[in-house]
Every structure is written in structure tokens, then in C-alpha cells.
Design a binder for this molecule. Structure first.
Ligand SMILES: [Zn+2]
Length: 292
């Protein structure tokens, strides 16, 4: 079997490399120990085993940084489409509101027009009755015409009252229309810029994300599967997605529990993978993270 031979050859290269063996023995953390055991049996490229413990931690931290970047991109995208959707809904709502106000306003104008016609009609009748008054033949006719004139006068007053009421209502509606139109303009401008922002981010981050994913994939091949699996597991359970943190003010950068001095020294030696006793995150020294 050619494949098996190849593997055996790889293993031979691996075990014959005393240097690699020495380095491997320096790594004593549980995760690392299991990972190393796997290195000997798995079909891992020899170069992977040759990486120093320090380089492994650097790679792991680099991977963490890349994945955090991808998380940020996702967050950006995750919120913007929602914001755009909300604005689109609001714009549509405002347009409907303005339309309804305009219909109301039109109806009021029609009603006011009808009241004006009523006033004109009553005025005509009043003039006609007044002319007739001059030629009345008896008291009965006079009373009847006077009553009609009085009645039409009341009709005019009522119509005028209605016109005043409708005009006041119309004014309120028109103010609302102006307000809604201003708000609509504002929201449409917001929508336009948010849409542009989203389009930009989508097209921009698409390339960025692809590049990050490609780099992350390459980095992952330099990390032992066991360690990588542990890393992914920690990342998943960590609320902020951070599996590798550095010491911050003598404390774990993930859960902020104090790290005993001896443990801090071990971390700074960069000889093994050390995890936080409290949260399980992998802790590195700040210098390795490029912070100090
Ligand atoms: Zn912690």
C-alpha cells in the first residue's frame, strides 16, 4: 500500500528528528500532551510538529484574531440589513399616512365647498323672500315669509359654523402632512445612506472575509487537530468568542480572575499551552499578543 508506506516514511522522518522530539517533550499541558500523542499517529505534516510551543501559541492567537475579525464583519452585516428593513417599513408607513391625510383633506375641502353652496343658496332664497315681503297681502304671508327668512339665516349661520370647524380640522391635517413629509424626507435620506453603507460593507467585506477565511484555513493546518478542536470548543462556549486571551493586570483577559504568580511565570515561559483555571481559555503573555 503506497499510502501506508508514505505514512510510515513520514513517521520515520518525524521520530528521527531529535530536535522535534525534544521540543515535543517540553509541551506538557493536558491538551498539548494529547495533541502530541496524536501527532505521532496522525497523518500530520512533519513541519507542524517542528513548530515551537511559542510559535504554536502565536499561530493560535493569530487565528483567534482572524476569527474575531470575521465575527465583527458578521455583526456589521447582521445589523445593517435589519436597519434598512426597519427604515423601508417606516418610509412605507409614512407614505400611507400622508396619502390618508391628503384624502381626508380633500374630503374636507369638498365638504367646505358644499357648505359654501348652501350659504349662496340660502342667500338667494333670503333675497327672494325679502322681495316678496314687499308685496305681501296679509299678515299670514308676512309671518310665513319672515319665518322662512329667519330659517335660511339660521342655515347660513350653521353652514358658517361648519366651515369654521372644517377649516380648523383642515389646518391640523395640513400641519400633520407637512410634518410627515419632512419626516419622510429625513427617513428616505437615512434609508439611502444606510443602503449605500450596506452595499459598501457587503462588497467590501466579502473580499475581506474571503481573504480572512483563506488565511485562517492555512493557519489551521499548522495547529494540531486536537488543539484546534479544543480551541474551537472554547471559542464556542465563550460569550465573546475569545478562546485565546492574554494576561491583563495579573488576571485572565477572558474572565478577569486573578492568575497565581507561578502560573503567570509559566505562561511567560511560553513552553506549554496553559489554560485558565476558571474559564478554560488559553492564556498567553501580552508580549506574544503584541500588546506590550
Ligand atoms: Zn479565565
Amino acid at each position: 500500500m503506497a499510502k501506508k508506506e508514505q505514512e510510515t516514511a513520514k513517521k520515520a522522518t518525524k521520530t528521527s528528528s531529535a530536535k522535534a522530539k525534544k521540543k515535543a517533550s517540553a509541551e506538557q499541558t493536558e491538551v498539548q500532551a494529547v495533541a502530541d500523542k496524536k501527532v505521532n499517529t496522525d497523518k500530520l505534516a512533519v513541519a507542524d510538529g517542528d513548530l515551537s510551543a511559542e510559535q504554536k501559541l502565536v499561530n493560535l492567537y493569530k487565528l483567534q484574531t482572524m476569527l474575531t475579525e470575521i465575527d465583527k464583519i458578521k455583526t456589521l452585516r447582521g445589523e445593517l440589513p435589519l436597519e434598512v428593513q426597519d427604515l423601508e417599513d417606516e418610509v412605507a408607513g409614512l407614505q400611507t399616512r400622508i396619502q390618508n391625510f391628503q384624502l381626508d383633506s380633500k374630503e374636507i375641502d369638498t365638504t367646505i365647498g358644499q357648505q359654501r353652496i348652501k350659504i349662496t343658496d340660502s342667500g338667494t332664497l333670503i333675497n327672494k323672500y325679502k322681495e316678496q315681503l314687499e308685496n305681501v297681502r296679509n299678515n299670514r304671508e308676512f309671518d310665513s315669509l319672515s319665518k322662512e327668512i329667519e330659517f335660511q339665516g339660521l342655515e347660513v349661520e350653521l353652514a358658517e359654523k361648519r366651515i369654521r370647524e372644517y377649516t380648523a380640522e383642515s389646518k391640523i391635517i395640513n400641519v400633520e402632512i407637512v410634518k410627515s413629509k419632512a419626516l419622510l424626507e429625513e427617513r428616505q435620506a437615512d434609508l439611502k445612506s444606510k443602503k449605500e453603507e450596506l452595499d459598501e460593507i457587503v462588497s467590501e467585506t466579502k473580499i475581506q472575509e474571503e481573504q480572512l477565511r483563506e488565511k485562517a484555513k492555512q493557519l489551521e493546518t499548522t495547529i494540531e487537530p486536537r488543539l484546534l478542536a479544543a480551541f474551537k470548543r472554547i471559542r464556542k462556549s465563550a460569550r465573546n468568542g475569545l478562546a485565546v486571551v492574554y494576561i491583563q493586570r495579573d488576571a485572565c483577559g477572558g474572565c478577569f480572575n486573578k492568575i497565581p504568580p507561578q502560573r503567570q511565570l509559566d505562561i511567560k515561559l511560553r513552553k506549554k499551552t496553559i489554560v485558565c483555571e476558571h474559564c478554560g481559555r488559553i492564556i498567553i503573555d501580552p508580549q506574544l499578543a503584541g500588546v506590550e
